[in-house]
Design a protein around this ligand. Structure first.
Ligand code: APR
Length: 234
């Protein structure tokens, strides 16, 4: 890994697993208890808004009781100390990267702690429930929904992500199954754009063979070890 200046890191549910936040597709994961199409699609929200709002209210409440783990802290340290470009693109809707101190974070699947007004299109910081249909702080209309990208919706800020991938010398994927596009395709984009690619995951992901190098183990072990190595090589 010589001559690295610009880094793009993609994180998924595996980076927050050891903070006690369910992943989606592992045994006992979130989607084993809920059908995706019942809670995470615009159609589900139109059909049964109370079910969807209750589900996200529980998730929003739960994440506020969780703490960043050693993987989040290691990435925050890398963010603070890395002099080149760095972008942490997260699929996670929790705020644990930020609470660990990372600043160069992009939430491509939205954020639990935001509410999105479908009347005026504004996003507002939100920590409480949405089930009781509160009014939007901006326009006063009761049309708030979770600011989470559902299946069938466009992920956020794709142009910025591709601009960063174009400049990247190194692409690192951490704690993601490689099951959900477009994020699952970033490794191939990065390779084609000339970046070295590294996977850090508990086990080989679906796209594991696309990476130049894979290291397997819990994020709280493999991520701090990799960050130490990178900052020492600098
Ligand atoms: N350390 C590292 N990796 C882990 C750990 C851990 N402690 N625990 C689990 N993993 C790995 C799993 O092996 C799996 O490959 O994290 C990955 C989690 O995969 P998913 O549950 O599919 O989560 P993710 O890839 O983030 O899902 C992508 O799908 O449901 C949508 O929008 C949702 O953002 C989410 C997207």
């Amino acid at each position: 890994m010589n001559q690295i200046r610009n880094i793009v890191i993609l994180t998924g549910a595996g980076v927050s697993a050891e903070s006690g936040i369910d992943t989606f597709r592992d045994a006992g994961g979130l989607w084993e208890q809920h059908r995706v199409e019942d809670v995470a699609t615009p159609e589900a929200f139109a059909r049964d808004p109370e079910l969807v709002l209750r589900f996200y209210d529980m998730r929003r409440e739960a994440i506020q009781t969780k703490q960043p783990n050693a993987a989040h802290h290691a990435l925050a340290r890398l963010d603070a100390e890395w002099r080149g470009e760095l972008l942490i693109v997260t699929q996670n809707v929790d705020d644990l990267h930020e609470r660990a101190g990372a600043t160069r974070v992009l939430h491509m699947h939205g954020e639990h702690l935001n509410a999105w007004c479908t009347a005026c299109d504004e996003r507002s910081p939100w920590t409480g429930p949405l089930l009781d249909r509160p009014a939007c702080p901006e326009c006063g209309v009761a049309a708030l929904r979770p600011d989470v990208v559902w299946f069938g919706e466009m992920p956020y800020r794709m142009e910025e992500i591709f601009a960063a991938l174009r400049e990247a010398d190194l692409f690192v994927s951490i704690g993601t199954s490689g099951a959900v596009y477009p994020a699952a395709g970033f490794v191939r984009n990065a390779r084609e754009l000339g970046a070295a690619t590294l996977e850090l995951n508990l086990e080989p992901s679906q796209g594991s063979s696309w990476f130049d190098e894979s290291r397997h183990g819990p994020a709280t072990e493999v991520v701090p070890a990799w960050v130490d190595e990178l900052l020492t090589r600098k």
